[in-house]
Each structure stands twice: as structure tokens, then as C-alpha cells.
Ligand binder design. Structure first.
Ligand SMILES: NC(=O)c1ccc[n+]([C@@H]2O[C@H](COP(=O)([O-])OP(=O)(O)OC[C@H]3O[C@@H](n4cnc5c(N)ncnc54)[C@H](OP(=O)(O)O)[C@@H]3O)[C@@H](O)[C@H]2O)c1
Length: 310
């Protein structure tokens, strides 16, 4: 049996329980990974309370989408990993279950963890890095010399996106509360707007791209600040379809954040050359999952929340 944080129904943070569940078994093409660290993502509390994404029908249910750990079993047909290899991964679309000690995962979408990167750091970077890469590079196709407005710069995905956009050679404007201005400037933001005291639509105009990780009214207002032909990408809602554009001369995009080894390797490569850094990390034990979810759901955390499992 393994330790796991699981829920028996949708609800508030109080539905998260620490208990024991059966160990997973690797089926064909899978590896079992002994999880050392798993991160808490903005999506997790929305799945927990049922406010976004599909309703869960099979309980007990383990949340969590990304992890770093060590391979402890190999399923039939897996030739690229051996027991003892250190790997990081993001669960396949439709799969979750990293708030625990073990997970069975499709081997083809895991990547080797470099020796110089800790499990906590790898887990912190996995899904935020994947989401930012797919959004900024693959979807918005941000170019050197362009200007991008990134909403919610102190968050995990947006923070990675700021560093990535600077690496590409773009000019970056971001939004954050005053307490996070130094943090977002250190990430590389050229201009930081305090969204609590300033309306970004009054001080930003004609940007090439918007990347919105905040949602709500920020999404609708974002169309106003694009130049004609501008591109906007939105990830805060669980919806798969793009937000309808409020103007006909701009493009609204919903990044399709698939899972693959290549993007994870690219995250580790960008990290190894210093183009991106591990965000500020707050560590939790699995037993403190309810508290971690309260912080995540408050939507004012800085960087990443990570479970240190081992
Ligand atoms: N595959 C996907 O599509 C995918 C993957 C990952 C995440 N997501 C989504 O992406 C979003 C971001 O996730 P995350 O984990 O990176 O961060 P998060 O925890 O959802 O966001 C936290 C940050 O948002 C900032 N914030 C809150 N309200 C704001 C506002 N009105 N304007 C500007 N900033 C604001 C806070 O900064 P202050 O304290 O300074 O306010 C805080 O640093 C979530 O909605 C998540 O569900 C989607």
C-alpha cells in the first residue's frame, strides 16, 4: 500500500484525506515511478471542487498532474528506462494522481531528470514549463522584437513565460500586485503594472501578444490592448475552445497543452543554460494538502507549491 492524498467526493479543501491506497502496477508501455516530489497546480482545486474540467465519477480519486521521482518497475514493452532511473513527468491528458508515493505512467511521455536538478525543482518546473512553452512558443509563436503582455506574472506559468519571452527576445509587460513587483522584475519583466491600482487597458496598447493566466474580466479586457493582427492566448478556464474574440481583427487562441517527452527535455535544457529558473517554491508534506489547496485557491501565491513526498 502507498500513502496518498485522495478525495471521495467533490468539495472544499476538507475533502482531501491522507490515507493508504493500493500500489499501482505498470501495464504495457508504462513505468511505475516512486514519487519524490509533486507539484500543486492551479487546475487542481478546480478539479477538486468540480468548478472546471469534467466531473469525477470514480472515487477514491488522487489529484495532481506533475512529479519527479525514480523508476521502480517497468511494464511490458518499455525499453528506454531501467529501474533506478530518475525521471520527471506530466500525467497524460485525462490522467491525474501525483499526490501520492507511486504512479504508473506512460513511459514515452516521461523524461530523464538531469542529475544537477533536484526532484523538487523538476516537479516545480514540469507542468508550468510545458504550459508556458506550448502557449508562448507553439501557440502564440512569439517573435524576437515583439511585445507581449503576460497577466499574473507572479504565478508559476506566467513566471516561466516571462523568462521564456525574454529568452526569445521579446519585450515583456506583466501584471502583479505591488508585493510581487520586485519578483516579476527579477524574472525579467520590462514593465510591471499593479493591477490593483491601475487599469491595464489605460496604460497598455498595441501589443503583439497577450498571454492571460488570470481569466475572468481580464480575459475580455485583453482584446482591447492588442494591435490589429495581434494574438491572445487564454488558459485560466478549463474550456478547450478559444474564448470568442471581442474584435474581428485579432486572433483568440486556446493552447492545446499535450504531453510529450520533447517539451520536458526542452524545459530541462532551458534551465541548464540559465534561460529559465526554478520559481520561488513553498514546500508541503502530503499531510498538509488541505492547507496547500487553500493557498492555491486564494490565487495569490508566488511561484509554486510543491509536495516533498520522500
Ligand atoms: N494546461 C493548461 O491549460 C493549464 C496548465 C497549468 C495552469 N493552467 C491555468 O493557468 C492559470 C495559472 O496557473 P498558475 O498555477 O501558474 O498560477 P495561479 O496560482 O493560478 O496564479 C497565481 C498568481 O495569479 C496572480 N493574480 C491573481 N489575480 C490576478 C489579477 N487579477 N491580475 C494579475 N495577477 C493576478 C497572483 O499574483 P498577485 O498575488 O500579485 O495578485 C498570483 O501570483 C490557472 O488558472 C491554471 O488553472 C492551465
Amino acid at each position: 500500500m502507498m500513502k496518498a492524498v485522495y478525495m471521495e467526493r467533490h468539495g472544499g479543501p476538507e475533502v482531501l484525506r491522507l490515507g493508504e491506497l493500493p500500489d499501482p502496477v505498470a501495464s504495457a508501455g508504462q513505468i511505475v515511478v516512486d514519487i519524490h516530489a509533486a507539484s500543486i497546480n492551479g487546475a487542481d482545486w478546480k478539479v477538486r471542487d468540480g468548478s472546471a474540467y469534467a466531473t469525477i465519477s470514480t472515487f477514491p480519486y488522487i489529484l495532481g498532474r506533475d512529479f519527479s521521482g525514480v523508476v521502480s518497475a517497468i511494464g511490458p514493452g518499455v525499453t528506454d528506462y531501467r529501474v533506478g532511473d530518475a525521471v520527471l513527468g506530466v500525467c497524460d491528458v485525462g490522467q491525474e494522481g501525483t499526490y501520492c508515493e507511486k504512479i504508473a505512467m506512460k513511459a514515452a511521455i516521461c523524461a530523464r531528470k538531469p542529475e544537477g536538478v533536484s526532484h523538487v525543482d523538476a516537479a516545480a518546473l514540469a507542468l508550468i514549463g510545458l504550459t508556458a512553452l506550448v502557449s508562448v512558443e507553439d501557440t502564440l509563436k512569439l517573435q524576437k522584437g515583439e511585445t507581449i503582455l503576460i497577466h499574473g506574472g507572479a504565478g508559476g506559468v506566467a513566471g516561466f513565460a516571462i523568462e521564456l519571452a525574454k529568452h526569445i527576445g521579446a519585450r515583456v509587460i506583466t501584471t502583479a500586485s505591488a508585493a510581487n513587483h520586485d519578483y516579476t522584475r527579477k524574472l525579467g519583466a520590462d514593465e510591471v503594472i499593479d493591477y490593483r491600482t491601475q487599469d491595464f487597458t489605460k496604460v497598455v496598447s498595441d501589443v503583439d501578444c497577450v498571454f492571460d493566466t488570470v481569466g475572468g474580466e481580464v480575459t475580455q479586457k485583453s482584446f482591447q490592448v492588442l494591435k490589429p493582427g495581434g494574438r491572445a492566448a487564454f488558459i485560466a478556464s478549463g474550456a478547450k475552445a478559444p474564448v470568442p474574440a471581442a474584435r474581428s481583427d485579432v486572433v483568440s487562441l486556446r493552447p492545446a497543452v499535450g504531453r510529450d517527452r520533447h517539451h520536458l527535455e526542452r524545459i530541462m535544457q532551458l534551465h541548464s543554460v540559465g534561460a529559465v529558473h526554478v520559481p520561488e517554491v513553498t514546500l508541503y508534506d502530503l499531510k498538509d494538502a488541505q492547507e496547500a489547496h487553500k493557498v492555491s485557491q486564494s490565487r495569490h501565491l508566488r511561484g509554486k507549491l510543491v509536495f516533498k513526498v520522500r
